[in-house]
Design a protein around this ligand. Structure first.
Ligand code: NAD
Length: 368
């Protein structure tokens, strides 16, 4: 089998690398272009919706360490359309029923789960059992308990698990992370972050249904939550939250809008929100010498940075998803942890669980 990954040694080497570097001290800025991989890994996308077909497939035309070689879909028309468009061999196209046979396919090294959130756990575990390296979209799962099961399944199978936090792989976010460490404008006092979009026809969208893992906190909520964590470089110690739903028949058992407040050590606070009711996207960090941040902060492109005294900063446009998949696959090839492993998804889900608990208990403060 022409596979650079020996599953038996992967886990041992991954653990050794994690111990040697410490997951939290992995450098923020890295370049996937500095290494010439032995071969491009083969990736299969599971779920051919908007993000897979509109964003990841075009990004995979730009990647250096990975190429699209497989598809998993429940819709035969999509199998035909995208199979033809990207020259995918018929034997590399699976549906949700025969998916487990992918274990016998040596040309597929990595499986990327891009399904509704309620399906992430099942397919991550099935991919791990098939012996494949796994990437899973955000939010990692429905709750922290599911995340722990997924991490356990990947550890047991000796495969890696990476979460699709694309912003960790783009320069604006990396600059904000660096500022959290270097504090060029003095101590950080407060973070304000909001990400939302105005949802058209919510009755037709799984993102508005609780059964499929919908809700604003699940969809865009991870962005302000992540921003609060990486802008301060700290983990929150307590959370308070409020949820709003203008029409429970339309937003079926989910939050249309969530606001939450995070407390960090040293009296640092984050005021965050996410919504399906408005197009909103900004990150502002209040520091001793003024405000800096990104506006917008979580777009696929078009991000802009600002500094105290009105200065601006910008980087050349790049493809976030290509950088993300290249760096994740380089980490796999080099048998080291990537920047956004399953544990990073778990940290967010622990906080999202606490956000829900706060709301359930009438908006009380939950200590993390
Ligand atoms: P989508 O609705 O466009 O695609 C979902 C796919 O899952 C569709 O192909 C659909 O046919 C398939 N599917 C299988 N079973 C289904 C079921 N029971 N109900 C509904 N669809 C079913 O959604 P999307 O926007 O592509 O989101 C997919 C995942 O990607 C989600 O986890 C989402 O959070 C994530 N996402 C991430 C980003 C990012 O920037 N990282 C952006 C968009 C979406």
């Amino acid at each position: 089998m022409n596979n650079p990954l020996n599953r038996r040694t992967f886990l041992t080497q991954l653990s050794a690398a994690a111990i040697a570097t410490g997951l939290s001290s992995i450098p923020f800025i890295s370049s996937s272009k500095s290494v010439n991989p032995q071969k491009k890994l083969g990736i299969a996308l599971v779920g051919l919706g908007y993000y897979s077909t509109g964003i990841l497939m075009p990004a995979l035309e730009k990647t250096e360490n990975v190429k699209l070689v497989g598809l998993v879909t429940g819709t035969p028309e999509k199998a035909k359309k995208y199979g033809e468009k990207y020259n995918i061999p018929k034997e590399n196209i699976y549906n949700y029923q025969n998916f487990d046979e992918i274990a016998k396919n040596p040309s597929i090294d990595v499986i990327y789960i891009v399904l509704p959130n309620s399906m992430h756990k099942e397919f991550v575990i099935r991919a791990a059992k098939a012996g494949k390296q796994v990437i899973c979209e955000k939010p990692m799962a429905l709750n922290a308990a599911e995340c722990r099961e997924m991490i356990g399944a990947c550890q047991k199978a000796g495969v890696s698990l990476s979460i699709g936090y694309r912003l960790h792989y783009e320069p604006y976010t990396q600059r904000i992370m660096q500022m959290a460490k270097e504090k060029p404008y003095g101590d950080i006092f407060m973070v304000h972050a909001s990400a939302g979009w105005r949802m058209g026809r919510p009755t037709e969208q799984w993102k508005a249904k609780s059964k499929l893992g919908g809700g604003a906190i699940m969809d865009m909520g991870p962005y302000p939550l992540q921003a609060a964590r990486y802008s301060t470089g700290m983990e929150p110690i307590a959370v308070t939250a409020q949820m709003f739903n203008s029409d429970p028949k339309v937003f079926d058992g989910v939050d249309e809008t969530t606001t939450f407040q995070l407390e960090f050590p040293g009296n640092i606070f984050a005021n965050c929100s996410t919504t399906f009711a408005a197009n909103v996207n900004f990150l502002t960090i209040n520091a001793q010498k003024g405000d800096y941040g990104l506006n917008p902060f979580s777009g696929y492109n078009g991000i802009h940075g600002f500094l105290p005294n009105g200065e601006k900063f910008d980087f050349p446009e790049m493809n976030q998803q290509a950088a993300q998949m290249d760096e994740m696959c380089l980490a796999i090839l080099e048998k080291r942890p990537c920047k956004t492993p399953g544990e990073e998804g778990l940290r967010d889900m622990i906080i999202i669980d606490a956000i829900r608990e706060s709301v359930r208990k009438g908006g009380i403060r939950i200590v993390l």
